[in-house]
Design a protein around this ligand. Structure first.
Ligand code: F6R
Length: 366
């Protein structure tokens, strides 16, 4: 059942190209230039009436929501807030009938996420669910359901469900943009063309797994490390840090690169590993200057950059290249080496990769 892989997690990491293709599937118009989301039954008028969006989820699904916020704000120009479900439900969120609430849940059974969905409905909001389980509680109670066709995810650490949630956000962001005409047809077609290239680009990253395994073996001897990045790179850094903590039990923290000097830099000492994401073109110079700050204090920096970029290598100790894509789509690529990093670090530490201590796959209690 592990199809020749040592663990479900590794199998699921390698299933991502298929999960991307299946999640995009028939939702890309045959002309290849636009998105068709028939499962979302909102009229143009209803979409036009949306004043704000709340994305609510837990854990890894919350991290997908952080990317979702950028996607919706950039493509559809609607303000988006993202909340952890256990916080959202108790903070008296301002929900109106013009609020669209998006809940994200692989299992569709997470107690806090389901409670947030109910709170949203009680306040008259429309709820869209992004879930991997057809017929789950979240799917049954939401107004619209976008299923991520990742297939069953067995490993406790979420990988293909997260990336399929990203794909769902890209599709939904384009769907809103088409209805609101916030992007012209050529811009939509360009994004769709890049979306279609993602699976093959993930395959190219997976072919370089051995390089990440070496990083993981170095990292696995440390007890503390940092992930840094800006913008979407920061969102991915947070997911990379959670994954590493969850299965390798190495403590790490994800930091917005520009925020380091406001306190965290005090923790940078000789030899501490820093995983730096410098993928976003427009933020590259800024991130590099933050990398130099940690290098100057003795950090060992592992840098992720876009292929063809030659500058980063001068400022870091080791580099890993991510195939080029649109900046907005880059999380669907840059998270993959981080998944592999946590997998191999967990393995190097002799942990039970698929069943990390203290954790359950589906959290149906508050
Ligand atoms: C981390 C992980 C958890 C889940 C979270 C939400 O790898 O798996 O953080 O993402 O418990 O679960 P779902 O998506 O089922 O609501």
């Amino acid at each position: 059942e592990k199809a020749g892989f040592d663990h479900f997690m590794l199998k699921e990491i390698y299933e991502q190209p298929k999960a991307y293709r299946d999640t995009m599937g028939a939702r890309l118009d045959p002309s290849g230039t636009k998105v068709v989301l028939d499962e979302v039954k909102m009229s143009k008028e209803q979409i036009g009436a949306i004043r704000n969006v709340h994305i609510v989820a837990c854990g890894t699904a919350y991290h997908a929501g952080l990317v979702g916020k950028s996607v919706i704000e950039k493509l559809a120009r609607i303000p988006v807030e993202v909340d952890v479900a256990s916080e959202y439900r108790y903070r008296s969120p301002i929900i109106t009938p013009n609020t669209l609430v998006i809940v994200v849940s692989q299992s569709g059974e997470t107690a806090d996420t389901l409670a947030a969905l109910r709170e949203a409905k009680r306040n008259g909001a429309r709820v869209v669910a992004i879930t991997n389980v057809v017929g789950s509680s979240v799917a049954r109670e939401a107004d619209d359901v976008i299923v991520t066709w990742a297939g069953p995810e067995i490993a406790v650490a979420s990988t293909k469900a997260y990336t399929s949630q990203l794909i769902a956000f890209y599709l939904f962001g384009l769907y809103l943009a088409q209805a609101l005409e916030t992007q012209d047809a050529a811009a939509v077609a360009e994004i769709v063309a890049h979306l279609k290239e993602l699976p093959e680009k993930v395959e190219r990253i997976l072919e370089q797994a051995e390089a990440i395994k070496e990083w993981a073996e170095q990292v696995s001897t440390h007890d503390n490390l940092f992930f840094i990045g800006r913008g979407l790179d920061f969102a991915v850094a947070q997911e990379g840090s959670l994954k590493l903590k969850e299965i390798s039990y190495i403590h790490s923290e994800a930091y917005a690169a520009g925020e380091l000097k406001h306190g965290t830099l005090a923790l940078i000492e000789e030899g501490i590993p820093v995983i730096a994401l410098a993928i976003q073109d427009d933020l590259f110079e800024k991130t590099v200057s933050n990398i130099k700050e940690v290098k100057a204090r003795g950090a060992h920096v592992f840098g992720l950059h876009t292929e063809g970029e030659t500058e980063l290598a001068k400022s870091v100790d080791q580099v890993f290249e991510i195939p080029h894509t649109l900046p907005l789509l880059s999380p669907a690529l840059s998270v993959v080496p981080l998944q592999l990093l946590s997998y191999y670090a967990s393995l190097a530490r002799g942990n039970d990769v698929d069943k990390p201590r203290n954790l359950a796959k589906s959290v149906t209690v508050e």
